[in-house]
Design a protein around this ligand. Structure first.
Ligand SMILES: [Zn+2]
Length: 322
């Protein structure tokens, strides 16, 4: 599905909503609440990323869960599943409208990367992201949950996303190898779906939980069989990515066998009383895209605090180094 091609992924949904004046910070459902209150706002963000050159649009289901929707919206299980289905429909509609607006000529000239011009990726965030306690950044909860617990927790959303017809699952911001492996085990129940796995990493060698990154990649490759189409890093500071890619490349599977996907955050940190600090200039960030490409990354985009203008810059670099 992805081999031999280069893809531009979209950027951070919540931070782009914020730029548009919609704050989701502190909401236990984060941007997933907008599926209920303002789905058009989500579609507009998808459209802005498509206009910026993104070819893969990620659904707004990162913090969507059936229990979370039931608890925080007071809706039925069926209605909660419908909201996850809606997240896929919004991404699909944004793609269709973008293609229609570009016209056939535009669509063909944009047709750089093979049979699928655009993909809709169903976001599967970690268990911790739906606990609204920041635990997705440490992943310590995997010590208290069995593989079966994790599989049972992830099953309803995966089923809803697959049922709604996503092209691929983005199993993303995963802090611990144990959780990634549990989700890959779950995928055997949905044999037609493909997926990528990206870990959140705390330095140039380890996942946020503390697994050695190269070991996590290797284990995913062994568990995922032909359903795993790429592996990598997201929602991590950009300065760690080259080291992580080098480490993964030092042992099998190589990027030719299993493509790499990277979509870092901006590297900023929230400093109380001061706001976001520590972002380098955009050009120092974009320069790294060339390096990540050389290290085998074939899907590159942005996560938190990287918006449409960043994706436009990435797309420009990507198109010149295909
Ligand atoms: Zn992020």
């Amino acid at each position: 599905m992805l081999q031999g091609r280069v893809w531009v992924l979209d950027g951070g949904l919540a931070s782009t909503l914020e730029q548009g004046g919609i704050s989701v910070d502190g909401d236990p459902l984060w941007s997933a609440r907008l599926l209920y209150t303002d789905p058009d706002a989500i579609k507009k963000v998808h459209a802005s990323f498509l206009d910026s050159g993104a070819q893969i649009i990620t659904t707004s289901s990162y913090q969507a869960s059936i229990p979370g929707f039931r608890q925080h919206l007071g809706i039925t299980e069926e209605a909660a599943v419908d909201l996850i289905t809606l997240s896929v429909a919004l991404a699909r509609e944004a793609v269709s409208e973008h293609v229609a607006n570009c016209g056939t000529e535009g669509a063909v000239s944009n047709f750089l990367y093979g049979a699928h011009q655009f993909l809709v990726a169903g976001s599967v965030g970690p268990y911790g992201a739906c606990q609204a306690d920041g635990s997705e950044y440490s992943g310590q909860y995997v010590n208290n949950l069995s593989t079966t617990d994790l599989i049972d927790w992830h099953r309803p959303r995966v089923a809803a996303l697959v049922g709604a017809g996503v092209d691929v699952l983005a199993i993303e911001t995963i802090p611990a190898a144990k959780e990634a492996l549990a989700i890959l085990e779950l995928l055997a129940e949905f044999p037609s779906i493909k997926a990528w796995v990206t870990f959140s990493c705390k330095d140039g060698h380890h996942t946020n939980y503390g697994d050695r990154f190269s070991e996590a990649v290797k284990k995913c490759y062994e568990k995922g069989s032909d359903q795993l189409i790429a592996v990598g890093v997201n929602c991590s500071p950009p300065q760690h990515l080259s080291s992580l890619l080098r480490e993964a490349n030092a042992s099998p599977p190589s990027p030719e066998v299993l493509p790499r996907v990277v979509y870092p955050n901006s590297g900023e940190e929230w400093v109380a009383g001061k706001g976001w600090e520590g972002r380098g200039s955009q050009w120092s960030y974009v320069d790294q895209v060339v390096e990540w490409r050389k290290l085998g990354a074939s899907i590159i985009g942005g996560c938190c605090r990287l918006g449409p203008s960043d994706i436009k810059a990435i797309a420009s670099v990507m198109s010149s180094c295909v």
